[in-house]
Structures are given as C-alpha cells and as structure tokens.
Design a protein around this ligand. Structure first.
Ligand SMILES: [Cu+2]
Length: 266
C-alpha cells in the first residue's frame, strides 16, 4: 500500500474522476474498463487483481468489514485503492456502478457489460476471474461463477429511497448493508460467498453502487450523527481512518450526475 499512502491523496486530487453507470458507458469507456480489469488480472504480484480480491476475502487474513460499524467506510477505502491500482495499469480507467434497480437491470438482470462471456473474439475480462489456489478451500472452483435469481427479487428503487431517508448513520448503514447482502445472494455463485465474492469482477460494480448510495445519503444528511470514536477508527490494511473516507472529492472522485439529478444537484 506504500505507493498510495494518504499523503498521495492530494497528488491524486487532480480533475475529479466520475464513476458512471455501467449501462451508460460509451463503448470506448467500456473498453477502457475492460482493459483495466484485464491488465490487473494479468499481474501476479501485489499490483494484480488476485491480490486485491484477496484483501477482501481469502487467503487469510480477511480484512473486509461486514455487519460492523465500518462496513461503508472500509469498502469505500477498498474501492478507492483498487481503482488507483487499476489506474496504475490503465490511467484513464474508472470504476462503474451497477444500478440493480434500473429498468434495464429489472429486464435483463446482470448487465451485458459483465454478462457477455466473450467480446470481440476474446474473453470478456468482466465476465469472471480465476480463484487462485491459495484462496481455494473445500473444492472451491478455479473460476468465479454466477447463478442469478428471479428478476423480480432484485431490490427496487422504493427500497433504496426508504433507506436513503433514514437520518441516523448506523441505521442507514445497517439497512443499506442488508440491501447489499440481498444483491450478493441474488447474483449467487461466487458473489454469494463473502470469502470469494471480490474475485467476481461484478463485485466492484455492485459496491460502487453501494458507495454511490452512501454519497447520496451524505448529501441529503449533511450533518449526520456519527457515534463518538467512529471517525478515528482505522481501516486496515488501508492507511486511512473513517474520517478520511467522508470527503469523496478530496479522494478525487465522484459519481456522474446523469442518473442522480433528484438527489445530487444542488
Ligand atoms: Cu459486498
């Protein structure tokens, strides 16, 4: 992580990078995203995809925070450093979010960007990824897989709006985590199992959506009640505290406003 110590944050505070909806990427933007994942997957050391996926889950130690007060901050830091690692390989690449409440998602489920097995005669780097031997336990398959459930079982926009209205951070976080759990289970296969979920490339689009909803919530509740002590908590293995995750623009990214006008324009 040394290459991206917190002091590097200001160096990255150049023009804001906007994460966009997977469904609204131009074909060029999608190609760049695919190149970012493909480049990381081709690297076996700690700059590579398997290393980053392994920070979330197996092999041990598993750092991810689920069912704790650090769920949102930890995953924001995780995506932030993952995206920097991807940009080390493909500088113009930016994570995209998967809005599982969108009409498109409720029609086809997994977005085509991730669901297509092959594109242009090559394996789609967003379709799946290998699970390395060190992370395989109990006969875990060598490749990630998905087993999506019924379209009607995806969370709805109304589910999301109800959660965004909650004024208390911990309530909000807990209920958003529940929605998030439901989508992991909905995608099924590897995504349904925490120790391996981050090996599926769609993990990052799902968590970008969760991170985006937290951003909306922050805008709607600018002075949230945060429990004492929470802000100073560290987010290992990342050199950040909860407080460091709150100002997204200081981190150098934001979410494109195209589908967020109702909550984001101000
Ligand atoms: Cu998750």
């Amino acid at each position: 992580m040394s290459a991206h110590a917190p002091t590097a944050v200001s160096a990255h505070a150049r023009a804001l990078r906007h994460r966009k909806s997977v469904e609204r990427l131009t074909s060029t933007q999608l190609q760049v995203l695919r190149r970012g994942f493909a480049a990381m997957k081709a690297i076996g050391d700690d700059r590579g995809f398997a290393h980053w996926a392994g920070i979330h889950g197996l092999p041990l130690p598993m750092y991810c925070q689920h069912g704790t007060r650090l769920f949102l901050p930890w995953h924001r830091a995780y995506l932030y450093f993952f995206e920097l690692a991807m940009q080390d390989q493909v500088p113009e690449s930016v994570l995209a979010w998967w809005d599982w409440t969108s009409p498109g998602s409720r029609t086809i489920g997994i977005p085509e960007a991730f669901g297509a097995r092959r594109v242009g005669g090559q394996e789609n780097s967003l379709f799946r990824a290998p699970v390395p031997p060190a992370a395989r336990l109990n006969g875990q398959p060598r490749q990630t897989s998905r087993a999506p459930q019924a379209l009607a079982d995806l969370p709805t926009a109304a589910d999301v709006q109800a959660v965004l209205a909650l004024p208390d951070f911990l309530d909000f976080q807990q209920q958003l985590e529940n929605i998030h759990n439901g989508v992991h289970v909905w995608v099924g296969g590897t995504m349904g199992e925490i120790p391996w979920a981050a090996y599926d490339p769609i993990f990052y689009a799902h968590h970008a959506m969760i991170d985006r909803l937290w951003r909306f919530w922050q805008i709607r509740h600018p002075n949230p009640h945060m429990p004492p002590g929470l802000l100073n908590q560290a987010l290992p293995p990342f050199p950040m505290t909860v407080a460091d995750t709150l100002d997204m623009k200081a981190l150098g990214y934001d979410y494109a406003a195209s589908t967020t006008h109702a909550v984001v324009e101000h």
